[in-house]
Design a binder for this molecule. Structure first.
Ligand SMILES: [Zn+2]
Length: 255
């Protein structure tokens, strides 16, 4: 492994930790940057050895050291995901797209963490996915930009159409506009040919997640069950992008 690869994998833990904290603050409508971390239950300031990714949570067995309030598993899971994204990038991406690929993964992780808590996908983060996609396109294969721009427009248009038709037929919201924006931004990465596999992975993963949620809560899945679709679009988009750069033979030589 190169020193850049090791740096990205370790930085992933810290980035994941920051994403989990920022998503938590966003969901509570607090300032994104609120200074030092505190226990949610007793408001005690956490000291440095309680802020080590994954390790601190395991060492304290998922509880606050003083008030013993349970600390949810979202922090260690997001930290591991941040690192796993970097590892996936190292395994799949050629050196010229490694950093952009890992940055895409971290942006998508932030979108997923916020969507799971609030059912919102902030425009600023979706715009970041689009901007990075334009940068990646210009830096690596500028000649293909029409395929990627078409991916962005059709990706957005497709889910916008689903959203509008669903509202007209059922009289309530099924998809959010943020989902259309996210698929459009990812279309800039995977191009028009990548949209169908992204949607396939997103739908299967979303259905699996909704089923496992209804089993755990032992409630029947109905058409009104609210699920966040953004995390599964993000997952599908990142997986298809990794396949396109890691195994171009599976994507018809397209990338
Ligand atoms: Zn506490």
């Amino acid at each position: 492994m190169t020193s850049l690869e090791i740096f990205l994998v370790l930085a992933g833990l810290l980035i994941g930790s920051g994403i989990d904290a920022a998503a938590d603050r966003f969901a509570r409508e607090e300032s994104w940057i609120r200074g030092r971390s505190r226990c949610r239950a007793c408001d005690r300031r956490l000291v440095w050895f309680e802020l080590i990714p994954v390790f601190s949570w395991l060492a304290a067995r998922g509880r606050c050291r003083t008030c013993k309030a349970p600390i949810g598993g979202s922090a260690p899971l997001t930290e591991l995901a941040g690192s796993a994204i970097a590892i996936a990038g190292v395994l799949c991406a050629p050196p010229d797209t490694l950093v952009l690929t890992v940055l895409l993964g971290w942006l998508l992780l932030a979108l997923a963490a916020i969507d799971l808590r609030t059912y919102l996908l902030p425009d600023a983060l979706n715009a970041g996915v689009l901007a990075l996609g334009i940068l990646m396109d210009a830096a690596t294969h500028p000649g293909d930009w029409p395929l990627h721009a078409a991916g962005a427009v059709i990706g957005y248009g497709l889910l916008w159409l689903v959203e509008v038709m669903y509202r007209r037929l059922r009289g309530r919201d099924g998809l959010g506009r943020g989902d259309a924006k996210l698929l459009g931004a990812l279309g800039m990465w995977v191009g028009v040919t990548g949209l169908a596999p992204v949607l396939l992975i997103a739908s299967l993963a979303g259905i699996a997640a909704a089923l496992s949620m209804s089993i755990r809560q032992s409630s029947a899945l109905s058409a009104t069950t609210a699920i966040a679709f953004g995390p599964w679009i993000a997952l599908g988009g990142f997986a298809v992008w990794l396949i396109q750069i890691g195994a171009p033979e599976f994507s018809g030589g397209f990338y």
